[in-house]
Design a protein around this ligand. Sequence first.
Ligand SMILES: Nc1ncnc2c1ncn2[C@@H]1O[C@H](COP(=O)(O)OP(=O)(O)OP(=O)(O)O)[C@@H](O)[C@H]1O
Length: 317
Amino acid sequence: MAILEVDGLRKEYGDFVAVEGSTFSIGRGEVFGVVGPNGAGKTTTLKMLAGLIEPSGGSATVAGYAPGEPAMQRQLGFLPEESPLYEEMTAVDYLTFFADLYDVPSDVARERIHRTLDRLDLEHRDRRLGNVSKGMKRKVAIARALVNDPDVLIFDEPASGLDPLTTNYIIEFTRELSDEGKTIVFSAHNLFHVESICDRIAVMNDGRIVARGTLEEIRDAHGGTEYHVYATVDASAALDAGRDAVGSRSGPSRSVAVSRENGRVRHVVPEMADVEAIREAVEANGGRVTDIRTETPSLEDIFLEIASDGPDGEAKA
Ligand SMILES: Nc1ncnc2c1ncn2[C@@H]1O[C@H](COP(=O)(O)OP(=O)(O)OP(=O)(O)O)[C@@H](O)[C@H]1O
């Protein structure tokens, strides 16, 4: 069942359209990644979901409530891309202050805050926030998004600009929150992280969602898996001849890309059925197949392809 529904969401700044026609829904317990180049509209989308900016059109609901409604705020934890903290306060005082705003009973708040900070491995809890490292500040900001124990978390770039150790900590922690049943909307530039923890992904470009679905679905819509057949001879001429003689059924369904690599000839085809046709053509040409590999494009490969295509490269809206 969807806990977050977005329908035709739009944001204009004067004449400029920052987000256009965003439509998606997110199931309870899902981790949904929003990716896209700088200026694609990710932060604007997340802020509209969190009720921090007013949409110019379309609608969104979180747990059945419109963004900004007090009942929805109780269900939501938002981690902004930039999260200035009150520098004079300690982490514990700062988090206690926000727990109070959510009317969390003080004994529950104390236990929740320390448990979260333990899980985030946060040291120096009694040091002024103005004197702690960037990674610690980010952890405190994450803990702040959790003080009301929300069902839905919106994390805008949770680990950007942090060292690899802190980054891994935060990504692992996000995964654990998902395992506990939280629904998480997550934007990130590090596509490896998105690929490793997101169930579904929306790729944005120029304010529009240009691809959406599981990584598998997005892969299929953008070329999918390729088969690389390595052989001692180039079979493309034999394949062409076979195709000319008896029609396309004897040859690969699509064109074969041929290149040379370490003295071998690599034939790249899009379908498993094509692999057999290549093997036959190689043998008919006096050669043999030495290796067959499947190559799956990473989210990064797909992202680069989509981002360079622009909105016309739309796979699924
Ligand atoms: N308050 C504003 N007034 C005018 N334009 C804005 C405003 N906020 C954002 N924009 C523009 O809207 C577009 C989308 O911005 P947004 O911050 O949502 O992108 P993003 O995908 O989060 O980018 P990044 O990865 O750089 O954080 C950008 O071109 C940005 O300059």
